[in-house]
Design a protein around this ligand. Sequence first.
Ligand SMILES: CC(=O)N[C@H]1[C@@H](OP(=O)(O)OP(=O)(O)OC[C@H]2O[C@@H](n3ccc(=O)[nH]c3=O)[C@H](O)[C@@H]2O)O[C@H](CO)[C@@H](O)[C@@H]1O
Length: 391
Amino acid sequence: MNSTHDRSPRNLRLIVTGGGTGGHTYPALTAVNALRARLESTGHSLEVLWVGAADSLEQRVATTNGIAFEAVATGKIRRSKNPIKMVSPANVKDMTNVPRGVAQARSLVSDFAPDVVLATGGYVAVPVGLAARMCRRPLVVHEQTVRLGLANKVLARAGAQIAVSAQSSVALLPEGSQGTAVVTGNPVRPEVLTGQPQRAAEGLGFTGHDPELPTVYVTGGAQGSAQINNNVRDILPWLLTRANVVHQCGANNVDALRESAQGLDPALAQRYHLTAFVGPELPDVLALADVVISRSGAGTIAELTALGKAAVFIPLASSAGNEQAHNARHLQESGAAVALLGEVNPANLQAAVEPLLADPATRDAIASQARSKGMPDAAERLVDVLLTAAN
Ligand SMILES: CC(=O)N[C@H]1[C@@H](OP(=O)(O)OP(=O)(O)OC[C@H]2O[C@@H](n3ccc(=O)[nH]c3=O)[C@H](O)[C@@H]2O)O[C@H](CO)[C@@H](O)[C@@H]1O
């Protein structure tokens, strides 16, 4: 790292790229906002251009947050053990998109002339990151997961400065980039850390919430998870005798779950709140939750550890490099979570949740271990890396 003198703020121009999922998009937005706040606190300004895929989550997030956005062509290479399948029509089309995206990104980078480029992963980060290197602009890559994603691996080899979310990532970096890597943690949206439990039930319209009972928040990520939904559905008659349940299930699953909830005893059903997606109420819902049943994507883990929540993780088995299982195991090994790493069924989900509801001391012990793993200052650390790279 350079000296703190090198990080002194000045007016800056930033290109940010990354997206595809919330896991790549929200850390980018959080870093932009933190960098802007740091610069403005010293009377300086930040000009930002977000370069992403057209009609994407990152486009919606950038534009709703008043950040200028430009789209470039991207190509997702579908990996397969069978080399014949690699030459699929979809892959061939996507491969031709990559050079087109690099050319588009190169012209955007050269016109905008950023002081620094931040890439947070996802396929779109590849053309933009490569263009940054071609135009000799400093490139910082932020990785949310323990193992580098494919896009970030390509950019690490192209000479990016790497910021990682966990110390254990450093040993897994490509040769040559380990020495310069910085552990920042995974930036968490600041509003997530300042929720108010007493606002949650009102914000959700959860009129039957019983304040005498603990609350379980179930989340399968933005799309929802059929595996989590089905197992939770099957233990609901038991769960609702002990807790309120807020269940975020994804848009595709909400109708079927609503129908099956009609079979619940009405006295229990009033403690159940089902929703496709939790939007601006998310911080309050997290503040209210005593126990969380969740996938173990990097973004969710960063939030739950920063807050110190007792969680039961059900990893997505098909996540890249099985990283969700790795994340969950890592926390379970230090008593910072409960992880269901093999087959998941209603019986073992109930067995995992039961001690957390029965004994507040058990869940407090897990919550406090989780909090010790959290890095609530990750955005500020990433800002330090960006300011150093820009100088
Ligand atoms: C399917 C897939 O590819 N998953 C990957 C994706 O995760 P993905 O983006 O699906 O999940 P993450 O846990 O990283 O982030 C989800 C984000 O959405 C928010 N949220 C979720 C539900 C909701 O109703 N409201 C809401 O705001 C969560 O609070 C969190 O901030 O990128 C992550 C980071 O690279 C990886 O670790 C995951 O393995």
